[in-house]
Design a protein around this ligand. Sequence first.
Ligand code: 13P
Length: 257
Amino acid sequence: MTKQKFILGNWKMNNQLAEIEEFTAHLTNLSQVQHPDLYLGIAPMSPYLSLVRQKFPPFLHVGAQNISTQKKGAFTGEIPASTVSELKGEFVLVGHSERRSYFHETSSELAEKIRRAFEERLLTVFCVGETLKEREEKSHFDCVKKQMNEVIELLGDDAQKILSASFIMAYEPVWAIGTGKVASAKDAEEMHAFISSLLKEKWGNEFFLPILYGGSVTAQNINELLAMPNISGALVGGASLKSDSFSLLAQAAFKFF
Ligand code: 13P
């Protein structure tokens, strides 16, 4: 099991120029929490990728919140994986619940996006998670299993190669996103252990992927979450928008080294 830890910020449709300036102006304390096994990253809105890359210190990775299923061509409004690489983006979120629900992204589209990210050697952060209804109906394990299996089947013979290359997962229960209702560390760990066991069932006991937890992560709950054996980090919305709260999360992860 790798001891790598990840703190990834998903800025969603927030943080424009003024806020980016403000964030970068106060990044100084982040330089004290560098470690080769600590991966810190931010996914701004794509038009700001290049600017953010220039302003951030090299140890702070940048990524995209979404990419196209297509490589290039007449797809108005889309951004291909190759543009993310060209702008020095290093990772991409695929299957975030907001993309699944508001933009009706299907597993076959997600599998294509994962292929595009793989071709560009971007780190894929594949997101899964159940709705409140599914949790209340106790079908949350089935939901996550289906989200994973569909994509793995669609990737076919390439699945193991792609998932072994540059791929991590994020468990983000929909009911915990932006609601202030964090999953308990025990509930999150239970799902992470489940995901991990599904992967091992498929590809053997040695197969391991870091799995990040996302959903109302803050400096108050991060320690408990990161202490869990199957939680390798956090994918953070609200608490990643300001450099002071993001730094607190990075500091919490740094304590594990
Ligand atoms: P919050 O941390 O704001 O709940 O958002 C989580 C999320 O969706 C990260 O991708």
